[in-house]
Design a protein around this ligand. Structure first.
Ligand code: TRP
Length: 370
């Protein structure tokens, strides 16, 4: 038996989908009558599947909103969407800090709903409520060569910087591949930092299909999103762990207080000093949240020194709070009804389980398991 090896130079995007078996190979698939969705002929009528995942970090911030959520909200109309809150993945780093787990899940689900994810259109669910993720992860772990995992940049980086050395952490990409492939997803909206994980999932899908001669898994593609750069209040990338974030859950007053302290061009100390909008994090937020007309005015008046940072921030605060008003109102409504939020998650898990069980039946049959 030959092991499937990924094609050299394969990338998660732009590569023609589909791993092709050598011509003339008589596969188990033919014997079992198994085939992937894309070969059933039903594909035209079936909508493509999207799976996305986020670790339950609690309340979300503007970076999450612009980088992921808004994009998911747009996609839910055209695809069958599964939005997974990956609590097991969170344990790969924080296995000894589980006290707040349920609250972090709830807060994140509230933000999803506030941002406009519609539970009618999209199954929002918690990974650990769909146990099939664990079964597929286990089976995949049997066919994953350890060197594939050891050479993941995310692994080396976190092992060295965070001292993570668990077996589960090494297997992080295997669990992520199980998340994706359990739904036989076609597209995975992620940031560029996740590219290697998506390639890994494709490689594993190809290896499985080849080993068991069953086209169970379609090839998935990453869907990278172009989004506005959202700096945190200290000018670095917005991140909860840097403590520089503005959250959807913040009140307008909290937002104002945070933005008043926000870094600007370090060389513009006084009002009349000429500023450099191109290096100013406040200007980046203006570009994301203020009307184009205002952005057009700020640029020359900042450069000339006419516009001071205090006034510039005042305008940003007003526009940002305006832009977030609807989301915040919706957030407050959902946050007041936690039981309804848990019911949404349960219903999402029920729908996810249906698809997951279908896949597991195909997987078990292909592997000759019960
Ligand atoms: N690794 C992803 C991240 O850190 C989270 C994740 C887990 C994920 N499973 C997934 C993303 C499946 C997309 C699909 O952002």
């Amino acid at each position: 038996m030959t092991w499937y090896q990924p094609a050299p130079g394969a990338t998660a995007s732009g590569v023609p989908t589909g791993y092709h078996l050598p011509l003339g190979t008589v596969t188990h698939a033919k014997r079992h009558g198994l085939s992937a969705d894309r070969n059933t002929g039903n594909e035209k009528t079936e909508r493509k599947i999207i799976l996305s995942g986020m670790q339950p970090t609690g309340q979300l911030h503007l970076g999450n909103l612009e980088g992921a959520l808004k994009n998911w909200v747009r996609l839910q109309d055209d695809y069958d969407m599964y939005c997974c809150i990956v609590d097991w993945h969170a344990l790969t780093a924080d296995f000894n800090d589980t006290d707040g787990m349920q609250d972090r899940i709830l807060q994140m689900a509230v933000d999803y709903l506030a941002a406009g994810l519609d539970p009618q259109k999209c199954a929002i669910f918690v990974q650990s409520q769909v146990k099939e993720h664990a079964e597929l992860h286990l089976l995949f772990s049997m066919l994953t060569p350890v060197p594939w995992l050891e050479r993941m940049p995310t692994y080396k980086d976190k092992r060295d910087n965070l001292g993570l050395d668990s077996y589960g952490f090494l297997g992080y990409p295997v669990l992520q591949a199980a998340d994706i492939l359990l739904y036989r997803a076609h597209l995975v909206p992620v940031g560029k930092d996740q590219e290697r994980h998506i390639i890994f999932a494709r490689d594993l899908a190809g290896r499985f299909n080849h080993l068991y001669g069953a086209e169970v898994f379609p090839m998935c593609d990453a869907k990278f999103t172009e989004f506005a750069e959202i700096p945190g209040t200290d000018g670095r990338k917005m991140s909860k762990s840097y403590g520089n974030d503005v959250r959807l859950a913040d009140s307008p007053e909290e937002t104002e207080a945070k933005l008043k302290k926000m870094f600007t061009d370090p060389e513009k100390l006084r009002r009349n000093d000429p500023g450099r909008p191109e290096v100013c994090p406040v200007f980046k937020l203006h570009k994301a949240y203020s009307p184009a007309e205002l952005v057009g005015e700020i640029e020359p008046t900042c450069k000339s020194g006419e516009l001071g940072c205090v006034d510039c921030k005042k305008q940003l605060i007003a526009h940002l709070n305006d832009a977030l008003a609807d989301i915040r109102a919706k957030r407050a409504e959902w946050a007041a009804r936690p039981d309804d939020v848990w019911a949404v998650l349960e219903d999402g898990a029920r729908r996810a389980r249906e698809r997951a069980q279908e896949t597991m039946a195909m997987v078990r049959q292909a592997m000759n398991l019960q």
